[in-house]
Write a protein that binds this ligand. Structure first.
Ligand code: C2E
Length: 359
């Protein structure tokens, strides 16, 4: 289980741990990003946590600790705990607010019942009374009216506070939801967001009889690239490819995501495979024609290329079938020499790649 970061930060040793975490990051040449800081706080403050064990594994392998590794460790051990904590806190705040409003409503209801009874008994007592008694009864009534009015004001102000607090909670939960759906390295939608969007998009396409196309993309020879240039440069390449795919795959109703390590996916609702092919070819050409530099030494990194597989969703197919068809086309691109895009033939019984576009 991962330790709750808040309990680390609220402990009397918080400053000591924060200093140790920064020292450890400096020793191991890890950038002090917010995410790394969180991970390394776990490392120094919760030595027996899974996060610490993961970091130890990387350190003992002699590998340099990269942003990609941080992302992977955090994705595995932190977001669920963070999300659960956030939701738990939001739930607690919400139920506190609702308790206090229902208490105020109860008090207001009791006062107003009492007021009704006072009015009823006053109207009976008015009959046959002298002036002084009537004055005393009117004073009683007006004091009861003031009380009802004051309690209504308290209730109104509590309702206004609750509405504000609910607005803040909603915005906060929305941010948490967005974070949980975003890949922190590339800032594209993550796999979870992709799975949900793909499921919905396929159901919508089936309901409306609309076209839907899916493209899956893989960076060619990424592992060799990482081994040659290091994970940090590998992370930069992922960011670069994500920036191009995010731009082209983010137009209109399209949806771009980081599907896995060096794999990306773009959903094209309402667009045919030839349009998706043209868009992905634009991305492929843009990526392969840019010369990236290794930032620390300014060396040329050689050509970065991508391979793509594209499939149209067939009405009634499960999302997994469309993904599999696009994957099949991607592997056809790989087999035919990479740096190209292939279309799956969705009319055939078994979905085999039909056409290819290459450099
Ligand atoms: P980043 O380094 O955070 O850069 C974000 C954006 O700032 C870049 O988006 C680009 O528009 C601009 N930018 C940054 N540095 C320069 C520069 O030296 N010259 C110019 N003209 N613009 C610059 P872009 O190009 O889409 O790249 C997105 C990310 O891809 C970058 O994020 C970086 O992580 C990676 N990347 C892009 N090109 C290179 C490269 O040549 N070498 C390395 N190592 N990474 C790169």
């Amino acid at each position: 289980m991962s330790t709750d970061i808040d309990s680390i930060l609220r402990s009397p040793k918080a400053y000591q741990w924060a200093r140790k975490a920064i020292e450890a990051m400096e020793t191991h040449k890890v950038w002090p990003t917010a995410l790394n800081f969180e991970l390394w706080l776990h490392y120094v403050a919760a030595k027996d946590s899974e996060v610490a064990a993961e970091i130890d594994t990387v350190l003992s392998s002699g590998e340099h600790f990269t942003d990609q590794m941080s992302e992977e460790i955090a994705a595995q051990h932190l977001p669920a705990a963070k999300l659960n904590g956030e939701i738990l806190n939001a739930g607690k705040t919400l139920s506190k607010e609702l308790d206090s409003v229902s208490r105020a409503v109860r008090t207001a209801r009791e006062t107003s019942n009492l007021y009704g009874q006072q009015l009823a008994s006053a109207s009976e007592s008015f009959q046959g009374q002298d002036n002084d008694s009537v004055r005393a009864m009117v004073e009683n009534l007006s004091s009861a009216t003031r009380k009802v009015h004051e309690e209504n004001q308290v209730l109104e102000s509590q309702l206004a506070d609750t509405t504000d607090e609910l607005g803040r909670l909603r915005a906060h939960l929305e941010q948490v939801r967005r974070d949980a759906m975003t890949d922190a390295l590339t800032m594209l939608a993550n796999r979870k967001a992709f799975d949900e969007t793909m499921e919905r998009a396929c159901a919508d396409a089936d309901d409306t009889d609309e076209i839907l196309t899916l493209a899956v993309v893989d960076i060619d020879h990424f592992k060799t690239f990482n081994d040659t240039w290091g994970h940090q440069t590998g992370d930069q390449v992922l960011r670069y490819v994500a920036s191009v795919i995010g731009r082209i795959g983010g137009e209109g109703a399209r949806f771009a995501a980081r599907y896995g390590g060096e794999e990306f996916a773009v959903i094209f609702p309402g667009e045919r495979s030839d349009v998706a092919l043209a868009a992905m070819e634009q991305a492929r050409k843009e990526i392969s024609s840019r010369t990236l530099k290794r930032r620390s030494t300014n060396e040329d990194l050689g050509a970065i290329t991508i391979s793509t597989g594209i499939a149209e969703h067939r009405r009634g197919d499960q999302p997994a079938a469309t993904i599999e068809a696009a994957d099949g086309a991607l592997y056809a691109s790989k087999r035919s020499g990479r740096n190209r895009s292939s279309l799956a033939d969705m009319t055939a019984q078994s979905q085999v790649p039909a056409k290819q576009a290459a450099a």
